[in-house]
Design a protein around this ligand. Structure first.
Ligand SMILES: Cc1ncc(COP(=O)(O)O)c(C=O)c1O
Length: 340
C-alpha cells in the first residue's frame, strides 16, 4: 500500500499543530456534565458571541450537532425539509429518522446548490391529518464547497418563517463561507434559529462541533446530547483545541481557498479534466471516462490522496492547513507526469 504524501481527501485529515497541542495540554478542565469545565464554557460562550446567538453547546461531532438540532426542533412524526445532498439528510446514516422519528422531505438542488423557493413552498404540508407536520427548513453553507448567497438564505428563511417553520443551518464549513464572502460570520448565522459549526474541518481541531441558538433551544439540545451519549467529562482538553482554532485558524482559510484556486487552475490545463468553478477549499473535477480509472489509480500510487466516484467520475480535492503551496505544486507535477 502506498502511503499518502499529499492528502486532499478532506479537510478533516489535519493534525493538531504544536500551538494547538500546547493549548490542549494547558487546558483547565472539570466535569462538563456537571457544568464544571471552564474551558468548555469559554468555548461555548465564544461560539455564541461570534455567531451572534444567546447560547451554544459543545458536541463531539457535526453529525451529533445536526441530530440534536433536528431533534430540538422536531418531535416524533414531524418533518424537516432539506436538500437531496444535505449532509444531515444524505450522510448521517438516517439518524434523524432512526433516533428522532423525524421524517425527511428532501428537495432537488438547483445548479447553484440552492433549493428553489417554489419547491420549498410546495413541500410544506398543509395542516391535514394525512400528512406529517412540516416543522423545519435545514440548509447547508458551504454546500460541497459552494457558498450559498446571503440574499438567498434570507429569502428562504423568511419563507420558512411565514409558514411557521423553524430554520437550521448546517454550517460545518460556515467559516469558509465567511472568509469567501468577507462578512462577519454572525451575518450568515443571523436568519437561522440554530447553526452547527464544525471545529474539526478547515479549522483544524481534532474533535468537536458547536451548536448555537437561543438559550431555550440550546438547553433542549444539551439534554438531547446527553440522551444520545454525547455528554463528555473533562472535555476542556478538546474545547481548548476549538478555542485555539477560532482564534488562530479562521483568517488563514483564505490560504486554503487560494491553494484550491491554484490547484483548480493547474488541473484545468489537462484536456481530460473539467474543473468546476472553485469557491472555497474544494475542487471538483470531472474526468474523461477513458482515463478516469487509470488517473485515480496513478494518483493513489504516487502518494496523492483524493476521493472519487461522486456522480460517476467526479473527483473531489480538498485543501486544508496541512497542505502548503509546495504540496499543490507537487500534486500538479504528479498529474502532469500522468498526462505526459
Ligand atoms: C456539511 C457537513 N455537515 C456535517 C458533517 C458531519 O461532521 P462529523 O464528521 O464531525 O460528524 C460533515 C462531515 O464531513 C459535513 O461535511
Amino acid at each position: 500500500m502506498t502511503t499518502i504524501q499529499y492528502d486532499f481527501r478532506s479537510d478533516t485529515v489535519t493534525k493538531p499543530s504544536a500551538g494547538m497541542r500546547a493549548a490542549m495540554a494547558d487546558a483547565e478542565v472539570g466535569d462538563d456534565v456537571f457544568g464544571d469545565d471552564p474551558t468548555v464554557t469559554r468555548l461555548e460562550g465564544r461560539a455564541a458571541e461570534l455567531l451572534g446567538k444567546e447560547a451554544a453547546v459543545f458536541v463531539p461531532s457535526g453529525t451529533q450537532s445536526n441530530l440534536v438540532a433536528l431533534m430540538a426542533h422536531c418531535g416524533r412524526g414531524d418533518e424537516y425539509i432539506a436538500g437531496q445532498d444535505a449532509h444531515c439528510y444524505s450522510h448521517e446514516a438516517g439518524g434523524a429518522a432512526v433516533l428522532g422519528s423525524i421524517q425527511p422531505q428532501p428537495i432537488a438542488h438547483q445548479a447553484d446548490g440552492t433549493l428553489a423557493l417554489t419547491d420549498i413552498e410546495a413541500a410544506i404540508k398543509p395542516d391535514d391529518l394525512h400528512y406529517a407536520r412540516t416543522r423545519l427548513l435545514a440548509l447547508e453553507n458551504t454546500l460541497g464547497g459552494r457558498v450559498i448567497p446571503l440574499e438567498y438564505t434570507k429569502a428562504a428563511t423568511a419563507l420558512a418563517r411565514r409558514h411557521g417553520l423553524a430554520t437550521h443551518l448546517d454550517g460545518a464549513r460556515v467559516f469558509n463561507a465567511k472568509v469567501a464572502l468577507g462578512v462577519p460570520v454572525s451575518e450568515i448565522a443571523e436568519p437561522f434559529d440554530t447553526i452547527s459549526v464544525c471545529l474539526s474541518k478547515g479549522l483544524g481541531a481534532p474533535v468537536g462541533s458547536v451548536l448555537v441558538g437561543s438559550t431555550e433551544l440550546v438547553a433542549k439540545a444539551r439534554r438531547l446530547r446527553k440522551m444520545v451519549g454525547g455528554g463528555m467529562r473533562q472535555a476542556g482538553i478538546l474545547a481548548a483545541a476549538g478555542l485555539y482554532a477560532l482564534e488562530n485558524n479562521v483568517a488563514r482559510l483564505a490560504e486554503d481557498h487560494a491553494h484550491a484556486r491554484a490547484l483548480g487552475e493547474g488541473l484545468s490545463r489537462f484536456q481530460a479534466l473539467h474543473v468546476a468553478p472553485v469557491e472555497t477549499n474544494m475542487v471538483w473535477v470531472d474526468v474523461d471516462p477513458e482515463v478516469a480509472e487509470e488517473f485515480n489509480a496513478y494518483l493513489a500510487a504516487n502518494g496523492v490522496g483524493i476521493t472519487h466516484g461522486y456522480a460517476g467520475r467526479r473527483q473531489r480535492w480538498v485543501t486544508h492547513l496541512d497542505l502548503d503551496a509546495g504540496a499543490i505544486e507537487s500534486a500538479l507535477k504528479v498529474a502532469a507526469r500522468f498526462f505526459g
